[in-house]
Structures are given as C-alpha cells and as structure tokens.
Design a protein around this ligand. Structure first.
Ligand SMILES: *Cc1c(COP(=O)(O)O)cnc(C)c1O
Length: 449
C-alpha cells in the first residue's frame, strides 16, 4: 500500500473543492469531449493506482457539473456539507457494510442516534421506524411497502407470504401533481401506476382536499410536502384528519420539503404532516450530504419491520436495531456516518439557518427576476420563471446553462414553459444569487419581446 496514492488523491480532491466556486458550473463541450481520453482498450497488465487517479482527475474533474458549488440551482439536489464530505472520505476508508450490527457497530450506532435526532428535528413520532436508503424513490418504495403490509394485514392477508394475487384490493389515492418516483414505487409494489385515483390540484399544485374521494381502511393516500416545481405543500391537516376518521393510511413524499420542519419560520407549512403514517425524504437534497442518501420513516416501526423482514441463521441478528431490517437492501453503504456528521456539524440552529437562508435566497431570485413572469408563490426554495413564450424561455435556459455562471433547469408548469430555480446548496450566498440574476437578465434581455 502506497500512502502517496492517498495523499495525492486527497490533494487533488482538495484542489477540486477549493476551486469549485470559481469555475464554470456546466462543463464545456471540449471538456466533455476530453472524456474520450479515458476510453482506452482495457489494459492487460495492472496500471499504477497513482496513474489511475491522475487520469480520473485530469479528464474527469473538468467534465463534472459543479453541483457542490454555490451557483448550481438544478433539480433541488443540494451540495455536500464540508463535515459530511469529510465523513464520507473517512467512511470510504472504513468501507463498512451497513447491513448488520455485527458487520459495523459504528454504523448501527450512528443510524440509531441519527434516527432519534431526525425524528426530533422533523417533528415526527419518536418511535418511528427509520430506514436508511438510497434516495426518496427508494424511501417512497420502502414506506409504501410498510403501508401495503399494514392495510392488507388489517384485511387478514399476509402479503409478504402470499403475494398480491387474490389479495383484497387497496385503493390508492394520489394528487394530480404526484412525483414520478412515487408512481414508480407504486408500480414496483404491484399497486399499479394507472389504477390510482387522481385528485385535482390547485394553481400551486396542492391536492384539493375538498375533492378527495371517500376513504376507508383499505385506502392509501399519498400526499406531498414540497411540490417539485412550486415547492407548495398539500393541505395535510385536512387530509390527515379525514384519513384518520376513515382508518386510511397517509404517506408523505417529502423528498426536500420535509426539511422545512427544521426551520422555525417555515414550520407552519408543515402543519398536520406529523399526523401521517409514513414519510419519505432525501438527505442528499436539503441536508447536503453526499449521494446516495434517503430516509423512510414509518409511524409504527413494526409495519416497516414486517415489510422488510429477512432472516437466516448465519446473519447473526442481535436484539438491537438491525439496520437491514428497515431497508430493502442487505449489503449497503453505511449511510448513518455522513448523516450523523452533517447534523452534528450544523446543530439545530445551523440546519434551521441553512433552510431559512435558501428560502430567503429564492425570494431574492424572484425579486431580481420580477420583470419577467414568476409563475409560483415563492413559499419555499423553488422559483419558476417564464421569459415569454416557450421558445424564448427554452432559449434563455439553454444559454444560461452554456454561459456557465450558474445552472438552472427547465420545466413545464400548467401549460407554460419555465426556468426552474432551486436553492439548496449550503454554500450559496446573496452574492451568488445576485451574480446569477445578473447573468440571467443579461441573457434574457438579448431577446426583447
Ligand atoms: C427528488 C424527489 C424525489 C426522488 O428522489 P430521489 O432521491 O431522486 O430518488 C421524489 N419526490 C420528490 C418530491 C422529489 O423532489
């Protein structure tokens, strides 16, 4: 083992981190073309690891999108907090298998501690079962598996044992603005993409609670906190109250929006959500930990454990919280490590400050771009901007991405093409927003109506 390899790799990584704020956000076509240098016929003889890393850095680093920099506003993705990224390096050195306590006592302990901190921060039941999964897609899948278990168990059907053929029907209700990942989770669970009842949404994308179909104990209602375009929250208090009366299960997709609960000034948006039965969120989004990292919370941990059960004599399960009994995966990354480090480094007030700052910065974007058309009520970290007709808006988005000052994606919102701005990186400041607004205005103003 050559310690120089790791010293050089660390030095290269540090150089990347130190320069990321100053570089273009999206790589140039030449930088992307440079990746061809890595496309060599596979060598027969081993290659010196120092050389391997040098090639990765020399040709790979320039072709990255600077998503950890302060002016990346695409896809609500979040950057990577310094403590979380550093913990990720240490976790890489540890290479722990997160499945079992006996394989990694440190991960098992950190998951348990983080689970307690997280339910406290997010205002969720403190005894909820928590699964550390890859992202919100798998968190939705995992939580909905628990819902499927519970609803069918009530009807006397053991779905894990007998499967879905011949099972009593589960009625699934989603909003018109349901996220595609939740639909995918329903498909993977045998609950079907298309047999769902869709409830109309209002102009901000919120489910219309007054149009909810009748609910019963075999109904699964899927709502969301944080619409992926507008950031809007479904009226949870009303929906959860109706569901509770009917004995239905409410699942919340809160991939980024759930974090609003950690910021006192935004927590009012969360009113009623804690009354749901399960929740999904991402840590690689608003908490700013490295990929991949999502969380599934289930009010009654026994439902999650029943859906994720696994046993074999050689697995040496302890009586403690075995991580793999809360997730679809067995062997996996020890995700508790970075989450613990992120929360510990921010503290309660640091997390609140970060979430609140991102919401303030989104409002600053909306203010700076108000001469165009802002399509949503900016209640969270999301801003939708139209620069005129679809073609002009698309052209502005393309040119902003090519310009490199910042990166914003595009979307369609209620028949209009829009630039979608998501503020979710820990390092973004007012100056970054102002610089980005200037670049967007400079480009948009080249095309007067
Ligand atoms: C991002 C997102 C997801 C999917 O999350 P992944 O981490 O990409 O799996 C699901 N729902 C909402 C509302 C999202 O914003």
């Amino acid at each position: 083992m050559d310690p120089k390899l790791f010293e050089q790799s660390a030095a290269r990584a540090v150089r990347y981190i130190e320069t990321v704020a100053g570089r273009r956000v999206a790589p140039t076509a030449e930088e992307i073309a440079g990746l061809e240098a890595l496309d060599v016929p596979l060598n027969d003889a081993p290659c010196d690891p120092c050389e391997v890393i040098a090639q990765l850095d020399d040709f790979g680093s320039p072709a990255t999108v600077a998503t950890t920099g302060p002016r990346y506003f695409g896809f609500v993705t979040g950057g990577s907090l310094p403590a979380a990224m550093a913990a990720n390096w240490l976790a890489g050195a540890w290479d722990q298998n997160g499945a079992l306590t006996i394989q990694s006592p440190v991960n098992a302990k950190l998951e348990e501690i983080s689970a307690g901190w997280l339910t406290g921060l997010l205002g969720l039941p403190k005894d909820a079962g928590v699964g550390f999964v890859t992202g919100a897609t798998m968190a939705n899948f995992t939580a909905l598996s628990a819902a499927r278990h519970a609803l069918l168990a009530r009807a006397g059907w053991d779905v894990e044992d007998r499967g879905l053929f011949g099972a009593p029907e589960i009625k699934v209700i989603v909003g018109d603005e349901v996220h595609v990942s939740l639909t995918k989770a329903l498909a993977m669970l045998g609950l079907g993409r298309s047999r769902v009842a869709k409830v109309p949404a209002d102009d901000q994308g919120r489910m219309r609670a007054d149009l909810l179909p009748p609910l019963d104990p075999m109904t699964l209602v899927c709502i969301q906190v944080g619409n992926v375009n507008t950031g809007a929250f479904d009226p949870a208090a009303e929906i959860c109250a109706k569901a509770k009366r009917a004995g239905a299960w409410v699942h919340v997709d809160g991939a980024f929006g759930l974090w609003a609960a950690a910021a006192p000034d935004r927590a009012h948006l969360m009113s009623g959500f804690a009354a749901a039965d399960s929740w999904a969120t991402d840590c690689h989004k608003w908490l700013n930990v490295p990929y991949d990292s999502g969380l599934a919370f289930v009010r009654d941990a026994a439902d999650l454990r029943a859906a994720m059960a696994l046993s074999a004599a050689y697995l040496h399960m302890s009586d403690d919280r075995e991580p793999c009994l809360y997730t679809p995966e067995a062997s996996r990354r020890a995700r508790g490590i970075e989450i613990w480090a992120a929360l510990r480094s921010l503290g309660r007030s640091g997390l609140a400050e970060m979430i609140e700052r991102h919401c303030r910065l989104a409002a600053r974007f909306a203010e700076g771009l108000k001469r165009y058309e802002i399509l949503n009520d900016v209640v969270l970290n999301q801003v939708l901007v139209s620069f005129g007709d679809a073609e002009k808006t698309r052209r502005v988005i393309r040119e902003v991405q090519a310009d490199g000052t910042c990166w914003c994606g595009g979307t369609e919102w209620h028949g209009k093409t829009a630039m979608r701005i998501s503020v979710s990186c820990w390092s973004t400041t007012e100056a970054d927003v102002d610089r980005s607004v200037d670049a967007i205005r400079r480009i948009a103003n080249q095309y007067p109506d």
